[in-house]
Design a protein around this ligand. Structure first.
Ligand code: C2E
Ligand code: MG
Ligand code: MG
Length: 511
């Protein structure tokens, strides 16, 4: 051995993670027991003294290689290659052992999921994604401590078992070189946790983990909510959501969804100038279900475009019926979800629909929720431009509920600004000189936008809205959402063209 002796060599490779995987057979002149022991202590796998017997060496080497390969396979099954955490199956096994060994200790299973991991991967590439996964796995290990068991559950999902106690405070900080330069990413990508405190040890560990997973899934897309605890309330909510999801297809086929209309009034003459179509689910067993219960779920499970299309068609048919009966016409606003706004053929599809029902597109107002603009503004703006070119009137719904700002408005193609109910009610509650309503409305008017306020519940609120120059109002004080039949009766009594408010602005009513 010219450069170093055999023992130094063994020490060196023992300390190198990759080299250490290679088995070393020490072959030497000496056949002293002390030398053999020393070689084995320094990490040799086997020791062969001279004179060599080739057949023996061949067989020893073959069986060593086989042994190593088996060990590597077991290792692969037990550990996740990327993060070094336990694999899912091995995690289950370790948890079972731990629970059996410590029947008196209270344990909790935590499922940690990286929200928007796909977005991160798409933005920074797969290698950066892998680094983030390793970083989160290391973070988890540190947070839950030495004595805990951690495993990888799925692509961007991890499991840990820890003694019940501090789990709600545990937070894995997400920091990576990539996201440090990209503040929006820091906001969007976070580690969310589903917590299941093991109360019933008789259920299989797999089911316990499913519960932690259900808990974390229940807060996906809920901004700022970092953990959820699996409990009876959550279980009830999830069961209800499942029942709704199971029932939605047949409900649509059986026409259980019914369009209600809530009038919009002109503030200059307090006459009906339009209406918003608001869907209700009339379930044969459950009764009336409000949209707040099923719309957010349909937005998550992908059903919303189908329901919306149904509502739009119903509204067009209603308008058609009014025309045929010679009733006075007012435009009807329908809600357009974020998923619709991303459809490249939305304008085409809506034009086909209005043509088919022989309805002028200007009678169909489209309420696009403010938050549809936040994720991919460019795409939404171009869809909206196509829609306006086709003759539809665009309202921005829920203005003031999210992040859009007044200066964003000037870059958007819009006709009507619809102030969110919370914004209206909060601002109206303040003394006039402290409220920003005035500024918002003046700014909107400078941009030639018509302003509709949502949620006026009292005469005082109505007067305040008129005083600050709001054009239209929709609220319980004037009318609640009602069936189409009730609305027809209402409209025939009330509708007349509202007083004109200047040429440039889009009027709600066509008169
Ligand atoms: P939105 O589009 O902002 O609709 C206005 C909501 O405010 C309606 O609730 C309406 O009944 C309520 N509202 C109106 N005036 C008042 C008031 O003075 N006080 C109070 N407290 N509330 C008032 P609704 O009908 O429960 O609808 C809730 C949300 O569900 C809607 O908010 C909309 O985002 C969604 N939604 C309803 N129908 C549809 C639909 O057909 N498609 C889609 N995508 N979403 C819909
Ligand atoms: Mg709306
Ligand atoms: Mg709204």
């Amino acid at each position: 051995m010219p450069v170093m002796d055999g023992y130094t060599f063994l020490d060196r490779i023992k300390n190198d993670a990759e080299m250490a995987l290679i088995p070393v057979i020490v072959m030497t002149q000496s056949d002293s027991e002390a030398d053999e022991v020393a070689a084995l202590v320094h990490g040799a796998t086997d020791f062969v003294p001279k004179p060599y017997r080739p057949q023996v060496i061949l067989h020893r080497a073959a069986s060593l290689i086989k042994l190593r390969e088996t060990a590597a396979m077991v290792n692969q099954v037990q550990y996740d290659r990327l993060t070094g955490l336990y694999s899912k199956e091995f995690f289950y096994q370790k948890v079972r052992e731990r629970l059996e060994e410590h029947p008196e200790t209270a344990y909790t299973i935590i499922c940690s999921d990286i929200e928007n991991f796909k977005l991160y991967n798409d933005t920074f590439g797969l290698e950066a994604g892998d680094r983030l996964l390793k970083h989160v796995a290391d973070g988890l290990r540190t947070v839950v401590g030495e004595d805990c068991i951690c495993g990888r559950y799925g692509a961007d999902c991890f499991l840990s078992l820890r003694e019940t106690g501090q789990e709600r405070q545990d937070r894995v900080q997400l920091f990576s070189e990539e996201s440090a330069h990209c503040p929006e990413m820091i906001e969007k990508v976070s580690v969310k946790r589903g917590i299941y405190e093991i109360t019933d040890r008789s259920i299989p560990v797999e089911r316990m983990c499913d519960r932690a997973l259900l808990a974390v899934n229940s807060i996906k897309g809920h901004y700022g909510q970092l953990y959820a605890v699996y409990d009876d309330a959550l279980r009830g909510k999830l069961l209800r959501e499942k029942a709704i999801t199971d029932a939605m297809e047949s409900a649509l086929a059986e026409e259980q969804f019914v369009v209600y209309l809530q009038p919009k009034y002109s503030l200059t003459n307090e006459r009906i100038a339009g209406a918003e179509a608001l869907v209700r689910w009339l379930h044969p067993k459950w009764g009336v279900i409000c949209p707040s219960e099923f719309i957010p779920l349909f937005e998550r499970n992908g059903f919303i475009p189908r329901l919306n299309e149904y509502v739009w068609r119903q509204v067009c048919m209603l308008l058609r019926g009014w025309m045929q009966k010679g009733y006075p016409l007012v435009p009807i606003s329908v809600n357009v979800s974020r998923a619709d706004a991303y459809r490249s053929n939305l304008a085409e599809m809506l034009l086909d629909l209005t043509r088919e029902c022989d309805v002028d597109p200007s009678l169909l107002h489209l309420e696009i929720t403010e938050n549809a603009y936040s994720e991919n503004p460019g795409r939404v703006v171009s869809t909206v431009e196509q829609l306006r070119k086709a003759g539809f009137v665009i309202e921005m719904d829920d203005f003031g509920s999210g992040y859009s700002s007044l200066n964003m408005l000037s870059q958007m193609s819009l006709d009507i600004l619809k102030l969110d109910i919370r914004l209206v009610q909060n601002e109206i509650a303040k003394p006039a000189d402290q409220s920003i309503l005035n500024d918002i409305i003046s700014m909107a008017h400078r941009l030639h936008l018509t302003v509709v306020a949502e949620g006026a519940e009292t005469r005082e609120q109505l007067n305040r809205l008129r005083a600050v120059g709001c054009d239209y109002v929709q609220g319980y004080f004037l009318a609640r959402p009602m069936s189409a039949g009730q609305f027809e009766a209402f409209m025939r009594k009330n509708a007349r063209p509202p007083a004109s408010r200047g040429k440039q602005k889009k009027e709600l009513s066509l008169g």
